[in-house]
Design a protein around this ligand. Structure first.
Ligand SMILES: [Zn+2]
Length: 492
């Protein structure tokens, strides 16, 4: 890309030099991971992917019995937090999570266990727990005096979200109407984020995502999956840094889409809800996604330092390079994940099966652009090297994904890094050659543009390149690396 394209991009020179998460919030993340461990289970970010519905259902039924004790321990911990006690924001959020979490878990389990796969409302699928949920939420809202009342006065959008949880959402089964109801939840979370509160509650986000069939195809029926995540927002200074990163990536990504086509006609960057998940229920018990676009113009982004860390470290062991594992690992992961979400936002890909490849292409393009534009010249080589190593870690891990569109995208990125000579294989060693980064960039840019041209064609026109990409396999040269990294994780 020419330098002129950066004219609109304003990047802080210090971005990579300052931590993204405060020490205090890092301690919270660590503590929560430890609480899961104490109960003989792992943090939802680390739950291994399950390949089929029955497996997911089994996993859910082994995790759910532990969740209430985990949520109780998180509450105990929240009450010890500075300025907190039992009336602190963290503690009261955790308390409400403890109150409504179990019913959300149970409704999800009932959805898994329902043999009759048709659209059903929560009330139809699990009347007992849905009524319990409604009563619990109603009693919270009805409390006229006391701590919840004062607390919800401070968090009016949390109150609004809870109120939604007593209404139509319980009896609705029409997928279109459910979509609208979910948007109301999202708007509560966006307003809460923008009002500068330190906690945000997301409710009812998932739509037949966990209950997808094995092939990654949407099931023929759609259910609203119960979902709760109570999240701690980043401290204002760090939140600004991340928003700034996102705005810049959004512009850099948009450069590669001549005419961005979004389904909602929004052209501005979505509101960013950057979070540390503290309390989970429903689908969040099974796994947490690190980035997820709202149906409305928003995006939730889970800052995480633990997911895929093992594959990253293994990549650093396996590939010959000059540097060490960087302090700014989280910054690099944020670039990769936020650029990916920006790609989804810039374009809804029509060719089925390439939905993840197209944004992953611009993730690499914009990531490299960003680093080249981002200041500290003395750090650039080092930053690019670490960016490529982090991309390798992410995409190698993604080769194991349940969904074919993710695997296919990984195959493309990994094969192309190899074919363009950025990654060099001299059996049995792998090394990086950054002098080939420009030709890699050019090749991806060309493929991306050609794919978009095909995507613009009418439905019934043949798509030669897309056909070729749909058949992608992992190249022979990269396969040994993927095997070694994945085996290395298992041994850890
Ligand atoms: Zn995606």
């Amino acid at each position: 890309m020419e330098n002129s394209a950066y004219s609109d991009v304003h990047i802080s020179e210090n971005f990579f030099k300052e931590p993204l998460i405060s020490e205090q919030q890092q301690a919270v993340m660590q503590k929560i991971a430890d609480i899961y461990k104490v109960h003989g289970t792992v943090h939802p970010l680390l739950v291994p992917p399950e390949t089929n519905l029955q497996g997911k259902g089994n996993l859910l039924s082994t995790r759910i019995p532990k969740m209430q004790q985990i949520r109780q321990n998180i509450l105990d911990y929240a009450q010890t937090q500075e300025g907190g006690g039992s009336d602190g924001d963290f503690a009261l959020h955790a308390q409400i999570g403890l109150m409504i979490g179990p019913t959300l878990d149970q409704i999800l389990l009932s959805q898994f266990n329902d043999p009759d796969r048709t659209n059903k409302s929560w009330m139809e699928i699990d009347e007992l727990n849905t009524q319990k949920l409604q009563q619990k939420v109603q009693s919270l809202l009805d409390e006229q005096t006391g701590r919840y009342q004062i607390f919800l006065d401070r968090y009016p959008d949390f109150r609004a979200a809870l109120r939604l949880l007593t209404g139509d959402i319980l009896t609705e089964k029409n997928p279109k109407k459910l979509d609208e109801l979910v948007k109301n939840f999202e708007m509560c979370a966006i307003r809460e984020t923008q009002s500068g509160m330190s906690f945000v509650t997301l409710l009812g986000m998932s739509e037949s995502w966990t209950l997808e069939s094995d092939s990654g195809q949407l099931p023929h029926y759609r259910l609203l999956e119960p979902n709760l995540r109570i999240i701690m927002l980043l401290e204002p200074k760090r939140k600004l840094q991340l928003e700034d990163l996102y705005q810049n990536l959004y512009k850099l990504v948009a450069n590669y889409y001549q005419s961005p086509k979004t389904d909602d006609g929004e052209t501005s960057a979505p509101a960013l809800v950057a979070e540390i998940a503290v309390v989970s229920a429903g689908t969040e018990v099974l796994s947490q996604s690190v980035g997820e676009a709202f149906d409305s113009n928003g995006l939730v982004f889970l800052i995480n330092q633990i997911k895929n860390r093992a594959s990253l470290e293994k990549v650093y062991e396996e590939i010959e390079h000059r540097g060490k594992f960087p302090d700014y690992s989280l910054h690099l992961l944020s670039i990769i994940l936020l650029a990916h979400e920006a790609g989804h936002k810039s374009r809804q890909v029509k060719v089925a099966g390439l939905e993840e490849l197209v944004p992953d292409m611009t993730t690499l393009l914009a990531g490299i652009d960003y680093i080249k534009a981002s200041g500290p010249k003395e750090m650039q080589e080092e930053l690019l090297e670490n960016f490529i190593l982090h991309s390798l870690g992410e995409f190698i891990f993604q080769t194991q994904d349940n969904d074919a569109e993710y695997r296919r995208s990984s195959y493309y990125i990994l094969n192309t890094l190899m074919e363009q000579g950025v990654l060099v294989y001299t059996d049995p060693h792998y090394a990086l050659d950054l002098s080939k980064l420009d030709s890699f960039h050019l090749k991806v840019q060309k493929d991306h543009a050609a794919l978009l041209r095909e995507d613009d064609l009418a439905e019934n026109t043949p798509r030669t390149l897309a056909e070729q990409f749909l058949r992608l396999k992992l190249g022979d040269q990269i396969k040994p690396l993927v095997d070694r990294v994945m085996r290395g994780i298992e041994l850890k």
